[in-house]
Design a protein around this ligand. Sequence first.
Ligand code: SAH
Length: 234
Amino acid sequence: MTPERLAGSAGPHVFVESLDDMVVADEDLSHLTKSLRMRVGNPLTASDGNGSWRRAALAESGTLEPVGDVVFVDPRERPVSVAFSLVKGQKPELAIQKLTELGVDRIVVLSAERSVVKWDDAKVRSAKDRWRRIVREASMQSHRAYLPELDALTPAVEWISRSDVAIAQFGGRHLGARDTSIAVGPEGGWSASELAAASQAVSLGDTVLRAETAAIAAGTLLTAVGTGRRSDVR
Ligand code: SAH
């Protein structure tokens, strides 16, 4: 029997608290009924964001009727992460959305020395709320079984000191099958102390990429060629 696959299943995809008693959150319901014109009885898939999902049909008042059994998708053997540096005036939203679509397990927003962004707590909180919404919407759109983790704002030196993290740096070594975690610098490049803190540097190609392009390239390479490839992706 062909295993059930979430990506490519009929209808849109939503996240619910419980797959036994499926209730769609108000904002998701209005997206389903208004933007996607879903009607009672139409097919969709629902996930708990933690690896489990099932087929369902839209029922009355935002509830879902189960159609199939709950299916569990094994987590990636070696989860992949992409970190990128927040830069003033630049929008991190695009990178967060695309990294989520690509299936990256952990997205880390860094404050690097050359980030020159000084946000107070309130600004960080409202950015995090906005980013979490983007992660959720992009996870629905890309039919993910797992919601990615989002860490913000992490000091760059702290993150890139980890032995499993490679910084992206023009002229670095080629990516290998064991690489699972890449950190992209700000538009102004890494500072001397950040370069000193990093234990390894990888190349993303022979052209100098903008920071958001570098982040998306890192996510593409890690999810497509790494050993972290999920068993259900064929
Ligand atoms: N002027 C900067 C370029 C910054 S580009 C400099 O000289 O470093 C922003 C970030 O994207 C870089 O810090 C790096 O992490 C990443 N990047 C861009 N192009 C890259 C490439 N070809 N290989 C690896 N990383 C790259």
